[in-house]
Design a protein around this ligand. Structure first.
Ligand code: ZN
Length: 527
């Protein structure tokens, strides 16, 4: 069969299975019932079985070897990367799918306990934001970690199974395989991480010392006595209010969904259809996180969220809809296999949009903050955004270095390793004598393995895109030119062009940390 025939046959067979898996994943996250869980596993196994077909894999390899070009070649390359991780023994493959689903279901169902009552993640964050009582904060923080102990053994087992799979395919471990099949290069990844580490170490230490001083006066202790529960986010992946700008009065009574929709309206990108299909508010048995899902690459794009009226959810709605408009903007005339987008680019656009929730111009033009107040907040907000990037970059350094070590040796003393990385990169003091598997409380380790570095790349891409929009579209908020540029340069081409080439073409330069560094220094210098 010729290359075109192979791709056509693959689409006929795989496309309905991809769609069924997406629908069942959506259902299981919206309501983590046993029935939905069972259907989800079924759909994933059916897809995985088809992707494991050795004959299909061989024919794709042969066609690639025969020098196919253009869009045909891109489809074969994408197919190759999709098929490779599935070319492993069936029993092993099934075991991985089932165990992943089971761990994810436990995350969705689990509620920590504070004051004898089961509480959701939003409530835990609320306590860590508002409570001045260190004992209550500690209890909430510990409650946020109890899921770790429940799933740790299985997450470790997942690493063993994933490694076994990766090695059977000739890769060092799962980390190496995952990077190799996502159009990334491990050496370059760690060079970028080292660059970001060097760039942020000093300004982060300075920012954190100032924040610690505020926190220690709030909690009446010495800076050395600050514990992880004194920072607001359970993983310290976000800036505590003490080190940021308090925007509670802006968002308290706001409809953050409407604000996000207006933002996209302002740049000429339609989100009404996405919002209609979405599930946006908290409920029991529902996944507590947020994500955007392109179900069929035909326009059925949905967002799952747990919206509350605060800046976090304003940022998150802008973020998820950023993914959504990307999906909707992909040229539907492209072959189905190319109607996707590389994770670094879609994260870049999502982060670009999410950052707006903390920009003076957006607060004024979209959230209705009056001009004088917005102007007065401008410098502070610039510093807060810089702090956010610093805090998040340090957190990604923890996650990515942890994951590489995790797959290098799943039998290692992971609790010790985790707290070593947390104290090295985040400068947080480990609680004395704590040996709980806190690393397993982060859902990504189990369910989105070797993904976190994508968020850092997303931050680099966001800063780089923003610089391009300032130069070529006169800005972002309220600029239909910005929406047009993103659609034409980034969304439209889908995966017809490799992500790094597409980014270079859209921005005039290859991926660089220069713009992120500039955002940080500019924000901190003005303050
Ligand atoms: Zn995202």
């Amino acid at each position: 069969m010729d290359a075109a025939g192979i791709v056509e046959g693959a689409e006929r067979r795989l496309r309905p299975l991809f769609v069924a898996a997406a629908v069942s994943a959506w259902d299981a996250n919206v309501a983590a019932t046993e029935e939905n869980e069972r259907r989800r596993v079924e759909a994933e196994l059916a897809l995985s079985d088809a992707l494991a077909d050795p004959e299909l894999y061989r024919s794709v390899e042969t066609a690639r070897g025969n020098g196919a070009e253009g869009l045909l070649r891109r489809q074969l390359d994408i197919l190759h990367d999709t098929l490779v991780p599935h070319q492993i023994p069936e029993a092993l493959r099934h075991r991985i799918v089932e165990l992943e689903a089971s761990v994810e279901a436990r995350f969705a169902q689990h509620r920590g306990v504070v004051g004898g009552e089961p509480v959701d993640d939003n409530r835990i964050k609320e306590i860590l934001r508002a409570s001045d009582d260190p004992a209550e904060r500690r209890e909430a923080w510990e409650a946020s970690k109890t899921i770790g102990a429940l799933v740790a053994d299985d997450v470790r087992e997942l690493a063993r199974l994933r490694n076994e799979a990766a090695r059977s395919l000739g890769h060092r471990d799962w980390f190496a395989l995952a990077v190799a099949v996502s159009e990334m290069d491990e050496e370059r990844l760690f060079a970028t991480l080292a660059e970001c580490d060097a760039l942020t170490a000093e300004p982060f230490a300075e920012w954190k010392a100032a924040t610690d001083a505020q926190l220690s006066s709030r909690f009446g202790c010495r800076a050395e006595e600050l514990m992880p529960w004194h920072y607001e986010d359970p993983f310290f992946q976000e800036v505590p209010a003490a080190g940021g700008v308090d925007l509670a009065h802006v968002f308290d009574a706001a409809d953050v969904v409407a604000l996000a929709r207006e933002t996209f309206d302002g740049i000429g990108l339609e989100t009404a259809g996405i919002l209609e299909r979405s599930d946006l508010y908290p409920r029991e048995q529902k996944c507590q996180h947020a994500f955007c899902l392109d179900v069929d690459r035909e326009g059925d794009v949905r967002v799952l969220a747990n919206v509350a009226p605060d800046r976090y959810w304003a940022d998150t709605m802008l973020h998820e809809l950023g993914h959504g408009v990307f999906d909707l903007g992909i040229d539907r005339g492209l072959p189905w296999f190319l109607r996707g987008c590389h994770l670094t680019l879609t994260e870049g656009v999502a982060i670009l949009m999410g950052r707006l929730a903390q920009e003076a111009g957006w607060l004024r033009d979209v959230a209705g903050v009056d001009t004088a107040e917005a102007a007065a907040l401008d410098v502070e907000l610039g510093a807060a955004r810089a702090a956010e990037v610093l805090v998040f970059t340090r957190w990604v350094l923890v996650m990515t270095n942890f994951e590489r070590a995790f797959y290098a040796d799943p039998e290692a003393d992971l609790s010790t390793l985790w707290w070593e990385l947390v104290s090295r990169y985040q400068l947080v003091t480990p609680p004395p004598e704590r040996s709980e598997p806190d690393w397993a409380a982060k859902i990504h380790v189990a369910c989105a393995p070797v993904y976190y570095h994508t968020y850092l790349y997303g931050n680099l891409v966001a800063s780089q895109l923003r610089a391009t929009l300032e130069r070529d579209a006169g800005g972002l908020v309220g600029r239909p030119e910005a929406g047009r540029l993103l659609t034409e340069q980034l969304f439209g081409p889908g995966e017809s062009v490799r992500w790094d080439a597409l980014l270079a073409r859209a921005t005039g330069e290859p991926l660089t940390a220069v713009h992120l560094a500039r955002d940080i220094t500019a924000g901190l210098a003005a303050a």
